[in-house]
Ligand binder design. Structure first.
Ligand code: CP
Length: 413
């Protein structure tokens, strides 16, 4: 290991032994009073928690349709302040967290460019974080540095144990490591798709019985268990893939299919492979949608497809020759491929999509299976639900919804 030169590097090393522990040993440290306090990786979540959170997100979504509901929500947390510390580019995560804060009445502030902060004068990241915790009640952070958010959670816990002010840390994307709140919105979108209930969130809306009985999907059930979910593109460098795959691993009988070039940077990495093996998840690694699964091409067997962008910005010059020999056209969708997918199978993408690579060309956007814009909007609802959970306001939302709201407002979507 390189000798640390800066205090920033020494700070990270301080938590090295804690960072290297298995997830199950860390998880209790990110909770308080049986509730999640720091949101660091998707391994913290359980199926009951995901269902509870989806329920709160649904209530927030429905309440936001009326002025009365909006007034209730915006008066829930006006005494809370959030710092959005995003030192890596973001559109959706930043804006949907900001919108989620606005829905709940939380005031936001932001640092997006460290060149405008005192980090340029030599201030360490940990000092910056500690300063944010002096002024704000939650720190939502995106960083190119893997595990920085986790280290900041330990910093906050250490401050707490010595009687100092400490606030929750929410990981909004940490290097190539994890993007747990993206996984929450991905699961929420899949949950809604497989309810076959909402015309907005399910490609086939209310046609569940018809699909099952008459259209040859005899084994189709509601919900996520026993679904075959495909991931396509940059599997190796995709933090969203890593976080979502670990959530899907929680559901009984789920089968995962990873469609990626057979290249060490792009194919699945050993850490995810070992985690899936540990959990006894059934998964397949293939190089093309035309490879077969149960005797038929993969594209025809998927219950949902998660496309990803090839992250060229992380290409290493040393890989130029090996990457040049890859036929990347196999990792893009076409209307013809979509036409061969199951009629109810939603297509997700964490976005941004790459207009130059074209992994999902715009011709597909009007297909009922194209769920990616709705998926991005779901991010606002699920992040609002998450913040409500962190600040213990979720119970107020569900009490108000059940006792007052639902009787006066009858929305069916
Ligand atoms: N999906 C996602 O994280 O998008 P942004 O990078 O725009 O936040």
């Amino acid at each position: 290991m390189k000798r640390p030169k800066t205090q920033d590097e020494r700070d990270l090393l301080l938590y090295e032994s804690r960072l290297l522990r298995p997830v199950r040993l860390k998880t209790p440290e990110f909770e308080r009073g049986g509730r999640i306090r720091h949101v660091i990786f998707s391994g913290q979540f359980s199926v009951p928690f995901l269902e509870e959170l989806a329920g709160i997100a649904d209530m927030i979504r429905l309440m936001s349709k009326s002025r009365e509901g909006q007034d209730f929500l915006i008066n829930l947390l006006p005494h809370k302040r959030a710092m959005l510390y995003f030192t890596q580019p973001s559109t959706r995560t930043f804006l949907s967290f900001m919108a989620a804060c606005q829905v709940l009445g939380i005031t936001c502030n932001e640092v997006r460019d460290p060149s405008t902060s005192s980090e340029t004068k030599g201030e360490t990241r940990f000092d910056s974080i500690r300063m944010f915790s002096s002024y704000f009640d939650v720190i939502i952070m995106r960083s190119p540095i893997a595990r920085l958010a986790e280290s900041c959670a330990y910093l906050m816990n250490d401050l707490d144990s010595t009687g100092n002010r400490s606030v929750p840390i929410v990981n909004a994307g940490s290097g190539a490591d994890e993007h747990p709140t993206q996984a929450l919105l991905d699961i929420y979108t899949l949950q809604r798709s497989f309810q076959f209930a909402s015309p907005k969130d399910s490609p086939t809306a209310n046609k569940f019985d018809e699909l099952r009985e008459r259209k040859g999907y005899a084994g189709l059930t509601k919900g996520l268990p026993h679904k075959t979910i495909g991931f396509c593109g940059d599997i190796g460098r995709g933090r969203t893939v890593r976080s979502l795959a670990m959530l899907l691993a929680l559901y009984e009988g789920v089968r995962l299919v990873f469609v990626a070039p057979n290249h060490p940077k792009l194919a699945m990495r050993d850490d995810l492979r070992h985690r899936l093996l540990d959990r006894k998840v059934c998964f397949h690694e293939v190089e093309s949608f035309e490879d077969t699964l149960d005797g038929r091409p993969v594209i025809e067997q998927l219950d949902a497809l998660y496309m990803t962008r090839i992250q060229k910005e992380h290409n290493d010059p040393a890989d130029a020759a090996s990457m040049a020999s890859i036929d990347f056209s196999r990792y893009g969708l076409t209307p013809e491929l979509v036409g061969r997918m199951k009629e109810y199978a939603p297509i997700l993408h964490p976005f941004p999509r790459d207009q130059h690579f074209g992994e999902i060309p715009p011709e597909i956007d009007n297909d009922p299976r194209a769920m990616y814009f709705r998926q991005a909007r779901n991010g606002m609802w699920i992040r609002a639900a998450l913040l409500a959970h962190v600040f213990d306001a979720d119970r107020l939302i569900s009490r108000h919804f059940m006792t007052d709201y639902v009787e006066r407002h009858n929305y069916n979507d």
